[in-house]
Design a binder for this molecule. Structure first.
Ligand code: GLN
Ligand code: ZN
Length: 778
């Protein structure tokens, strides 16, 4: 198959899409609220897309991704492209409303499940595939966005999620496809089911073939097919599917050149398979991939391909070492047919630009590159390849200076922190045996059987938001802000006393976010003003940037917690975020291994637990909801991660005496692969999301000999529904089948900050009543 391929030299695999000032987020939310209509929404979206295309072209990219725009999520867009929305939304006549119903549900429809996109903090919607799903191509969105670009004279490269990745991320559900039932039958992403969904390739590959032909006819020279699933462990059978799929797609007549994009790791065996097909290009992540550029030398078939070299980190915020990148590119020129410069993955995972960060000092600014700055780096590197290194010598010099400035900055090395960590022996992260701790804690706490508690946050009331905004604008002073927060805390404590809960919390009114709150109080961290990154749908987060050694300047939570404790004789839990979660939801240093950063954060958290204890606090909870999230994609890397993650938690929580009870909280995941690690945390009490999985996690914990306190969530806080006393009693009886009463705690699934005050009062009332009933019958 001889076809003439026009290559390109500078591109990115995707871009942020919420708008530089989150315009798209606001427009979509206005549409949901009914304040703008579909026509207006479409016009705002189109303007944003066109402006963005022009910016990317003017920045110097010569192949520009299109079709990466999304009203909610690109995996959901792929389900629409393939006609694979669930049956339960089919009755919704309006296309956009049907789409949003699948994404977020409505009064009658359960939305698709949401889960994390590989090891990032972006969440996608999990397509549901039933035996009855009849796939049908709906290419209008992609063709429309291509046409917009073509009309602007832009060299556009349509992007789609590839067939292998689409099926591997989807979940197989029973034929009814009714959300609630199917959820208990099968969880997304499990190996066996996704394996079986790959037999549906025969149904969707022809649709992709048709799409390729249509894109070719519409003027696309290249198409990018995203296959990040190829960087995970694949069986021989799955690799065969990869081969046959791309053989078939490469054989389509009239197709554009095909770029298969991998990212988030090494392709491993899949590289040889892909290189052996007639696809025209392969995008390779040279940042997350540890195999590095040398591993490519052993793949002779790359000599006929365009290699799109991901040498600019698409997921982190550091300025690229351009000299190192050029040397990588130079090596690559020896094995690839042609080389184009790119980011390692889509820029979806970083903010738009540094231009909107007023508070950065100049040093720090010079070390960083957000989306726009990364695009500039790509074009500089591409120019060096095309025209010679001497044509970019000024840019190289600037980059070198910035790097040297960063390396020599005193904030990178805090000798006190480092000396303290060096002095800690292995015993510093070990507590006395759990049984001994249990005796001392129960004497001190004097709790009933089946103690009741909550996970930490209470509804974020409008008063809280008003107070925070007023403080930010300087309309109220610190003393007034503290007074208002204390009044919130007093309300939450009074509510819990009235409800009869046994272990109280202060409600977390002062926390904008469970990571940023701490990051703002550490040296070595910078919290951005506008560094928004899409987390899911219209929800954006601002991950703080860890750039130097972590130093806790002062106690961070003690005043709030001791204030709450002063209002009640019941124990109030201190509430902290664990080291793994703090790192998972930050941009982290790339100049030292992550486990080293984790130990520094752990030390700071440890100091806080000790201060809380010294102020009379008897229970401290250290949340690790992101424990599962950082789990590496390849089996071979998992244990090393779990070892350091567990060690960091234990370092953070073993500075206190045996009589201080350590709690942890875990959620957002299936815990299968981290069950041993959960036991390894050695927390006296673990509260864990369980309501939606019918307490199965308890059996898993038993299987690894877990014998500590556990509070499986007895109701799902993600829904506004108030659980009845009877159903909580049923949950508790189910839990008691797996856990003896001495170890069982009673709590909701997660924090309550997203819920309304009324539901929370009613739900917790029923939770306490249910615990009393079950307790009485023990
Ligand atoms: N303590 C936190 C809260 O209750 C935990 C949040 C979480 O698990 N993500 O909000
Ligand atoms: Zn949670």
């Amino acid at each position: 198959m001889e076809k003439h391929t026009v290559t390109f030299s500078a591109t990115v695999l995707g871009t942020p899409r919420t708008g530089p000032r989150r315009e798209l987020k606001r427009a979509i939310e206005s549409y949901w609220a009914g304040t703008i209509d579909q026509v207006e929404l479409a016009s705002i979206a189109r303007t944003l897309r066109e402006q963005h295309l022009i910016e990317l072209r003017d920045a110097g990219l010569d192949s520009i991704p299109v079709g990466t725009f999304s009203y909610y999520d690109h995996v959901l867009d792929t389900a629409v492209l393939l006609g694979a929305l669930p049956e339960r939304v089919a009755g919704i006549a309006d296309e956009l409303d049907r789409y949003f119903a699948a994404a977020r549900g409505d009064a009658t429809v359960t939305p698709l499940e949401m889960t994390k996109w590989f090891d990032t903090n972006y969440h996608y919607l999990v397509p549901e595939i039933t035996p009855d799903t009849t796939f049908a191509l709906a290419p209008e969105k992609l063709l429309g966005e291509l046409a917009e670009a073509v009309a602007l004279g832009i060299s556009a490269r349509p992007v789609v999620v590839g067939p292998i990745t689409f099926l591997k991320l989807s979940k197989a559900v029973g034929s009814s496809g009714s959300g609630a039932e199917s959820e208990s039958e099968s969880e997304s992403g499990s190996e066996s089911e996704s394996g079986s969904l790959l037999d549906r390739l025969d149904e969707i590959v022809p649709l992709y073939a048709d799409l390729l032909a249509q894109l070719g006819a519409a003027g696309a020279e290249w198409v990018q097919i995203d296959e990040p699933a190829l960087v995970t462990d694949l069986t021989a059978a799955e690799l065969d599917y990869v081969r046959s799929t791309y053989d078939r797609l490469a054989a389509v007549t009239g197709r554009p050149s095909i770029l298969v994009a991998s990212y988030f790791g090494d392709l491993g065996a899949a590289l040889h398979v892909l290189a052996g097909t007639a696809v025209d290009g392969i995008a390779i992540d040279l940042i997350a991939g540890t195999g590095g550029v040398d591993s490519l030398a052993g793949v002779p078939a790359l000599a006929n391909k365009l290699v799109v070299a991901g040498v600019v980190d698409g997921r982190n915020v550091w300025r690229t070492d351009l000299d190192a990148a050029l040397s990588t590119l130079g090596t690559l020129l020896g094995s690839a047919g042609t080389v184009a410069v790119s980011t390692s993955c889509s820029l979806l995972h970083v903010p738009y630009t540094l231009d909107v960060e007023p508070d950065l000092d100049d040093n720090l600014r010079s070390w960083l590159a957000f989306g726009a700055e990364k695009i500039a780096e790509v074009t500089v590197l591409a120019r060096a390849l095309r025209n010679g290194v001497e044509t970019v010598s000024a840019e190289l010099a600037t980059a070198r200076d910035a790097l040297a400035n960063r390396r020599s900055d005193p904030r990178l090395h805090n000798t006190t922190v480092r000396a303290r960590l060096d002095a800690l022996g292995p015993d510093s992260s070990r507590r006395a045996p759990a049984a001994e701790r249990r005796v001392k804690q129960s004497e001190r706490l004097d709790l009933p059987a089946l103690p009741t508690t909550t996970i930490g946050s209470y509804p974020q009331t409008s008063q809280i938001r008003i107070a925070r905004a007023a403080r930010r604008k300087g309309e109220i002073d610190e003393a007034e802000y503290v007074r208002r927060m204390q009044s919130e805390i007093a309300d939450v404590v009074a509510l819990q006393e009235k409800l009869g809960l046994d272990v109280l919390v202060h409600g977390e009114p002062e926390r904008n976010d469970m990571v940023q709150y701490f990051a703002e109080q550490f040296d070595g961290y910078f919290a951005t003003a506008n560094g928004w990154v899409q987390s899911y749908g219209t929800r954006c987060v601002r991950p703080p940037i860890l750039y130097g050694d972590v130093v806790r300047r002062n106690p961070m939570t003690v005043e709030w917690i001791t204030y709450a404790q002063s209002l009640t004789s019941k124990p109030v839990k201190g509430m902290l975020t664990g080291p793994v979660t703090i790192l998972a939801w930050s941009f982290v240093r790339d100049d030292q291994p992550l486990p080293d950063s984790a130990r520094q954060v752990a030390l700071a958290i440890r100091d806080e637990t000790v201060d809380l204890q010294a102020s009379g606090i008897r229970i401290v909870q250290v949340d690790e909801p992101a424990l599962r999230e950082l789990l590496p994609l390849r089996a071979a890397d998992k244990q090393a991660y779990l070892d350091w993650a567990v060690e960091a938690f234990r370092l953070a929580t073993s500075g206190v005496s045996d009589a201080t009870q350590i709690h942890t909280h875990l959620c957002y995941s299936e815990f299968g692969e981290v069950i041993d690690a959960i036991a390894g945390l050695d927390a006296d009490v673990t509260s864990i999301e369980a309501a939606r999985s019918h307490m199965e996690v308890l059996d898993d914990l038993n299987a690894v000999g877990f014998d500590l306190g556990v509070g499986p969530g007895v109701y799902d806080i993600h829904s506004p529904r108030v659980p009845s006393i009877e159903e909580i009693v049923v949950s508790l009886h189910a839990a008691l089948k797996a856990v003896p009463a001495e170890r069982l705690w009673v709590n909701p699934d997660c924090g309550l900050k997203t819920r309304g005050a009324e539901e929370v009062g009613a739900s917790l009332h029923n939770l306490v009543e249910a615990a009393i009933l079950v307790r009485a019958a023990l």
